[in-house]
Design a protein around this ligand. Structure first.
Ligand code: AMP
Length: 295
């Protein structure tokens, strides 16, 4: 695997591949790679002749400078972890490659970027949309691989690729979890031992709420119970816990179509996110359907 740091060198490689008629897959990451990232790389290698993994800690998608400063930077071990997978290039541009002096363009997606992490982290999805647009163009990718772990991001990127007529096809990949159910994330390493043992409660609470809702339980009640369970387990605050439609991410109060439960919560000073699918009920009873029953 070659490590490439400039757009010019990357372009020379992709042009050679194109001349040979080869397809290109890209896996955008911010490094600190774990099995979640590697599952995307594995899939990209299976579906493309050539694969580029990008490693760029994108300052534009951090709205908190402390969060940006604390983000782990582990290029050497990332490169080592990638070795067995057969990716061709690890592309590691620096800030000047991505945002040279005078850079003044923002890609902004409305709708699916609003609320959830878009509400809690103003500007975050503009930063994501801008950097992935650049990475798609720089890598000339046919396919780009994103995790469902960041489901709102996956929908933002899908929307922008469609709206801007980009040739890159967006491929969503399932969330990879630790054995105890916690969604893998570089942030998990920041949890002390005690909080780390509490963290899997997120997955349990989401699964329980999804089960209750998909069996016809009241959405508001299920979400209240889930919030109470998280707070009593030791979570500090909950940024959001919502049922949203899939894939347009509209707020839902009844499970009358397929949706997902989305959660962001703080534990031990670390913000954790997760989401799970909720099957839509074929027919959801409304108070109007049962006028004599209490709503
Ligand atoms: P990041 O480096 O956090 O920006 O993540 C890079 C890509 O890896 C994104 O598409 C994430 O959604 C994906 N990813 C992160 N964690 C996981 C996970 N646990 N399972 C699947 N994909 C993941």
């Amino acid at each position: 695997m070659l490590i490439i740091r400039t757009k010019a060198e990357l372009r020379a490689m992709t042009q050679d591949w194109r001349r040979a008629g080869e397809s290109i897959g890209v896996v955008p990451t911010m490094g600190a790679l774990h099995a979640g990232h590697l599952s995307l790389v594995d899939r990209a290698c299976a579906e493309n002749d050539r694969v580029i993994v990008t490693l760029f800690v994108n300052p534009k998608q951090f709205n908190n400078p402390e969060d940006l400063a604390k983000y782990p930077r582990t290029e050497d071990s990332d490169a080592e972890k990638l070795t067995p997978y057969g990716a061709d290039i690890l592309y590691v541009p620096d800030g000047a490659q991505m945002y040279p002096e005078g850079f003044a363009t923002t890609v902004s997606v409305t709708g699916v970027s609003e609320g959830l992490c878009g509400g809690a982290r103003p500007g975050h999805f503009d930063g994501v949309a801008t950097v992935v647009t650049k990475l798609f163009l720089q890598t000339d990718a046919d396919r780009a691989y994103f995790g469902e772990k960041d489901y709102q991001q996956l929908q933002v990127v899908t929307r922008l690729a469609e709206d801007l007529d980009l040739k890159t096809e967006i491929v969503g990949c399932p969330t990879i979890r630790e054995e105890d159910g916690l969604a893998m994330s570089s942030r998990n390493l920041r949890l002390a031992k005690g909080p780390r043992e509490i963290a899997p409660v997120i997955a349990q609470v989401l699964d329980d709420a999804a089960r209750v809702i998909s069996r016809g339980g009241q959405v508001a009640q299920a979400l209240d119970n889930a919030r109470a369970a998280l707070l009593s387990a030791g979570f500090d605050t909950i940024d959001y816990l919502e049922l949203r439609s899939d894939p347009d991410l509209k707020l839902m109060t009844r499970a009358d179509r397929p949706g997902r439960l989305f959660l962001a919560a703080w534990l031990d000073g670390v913000r954790l996110i997760d989401n799970v699918p909720v099957a839509g009920l074929a027919s959801v009873p409304t108070p109007e359907d049962h006028p004599l029953e209490p709503a």
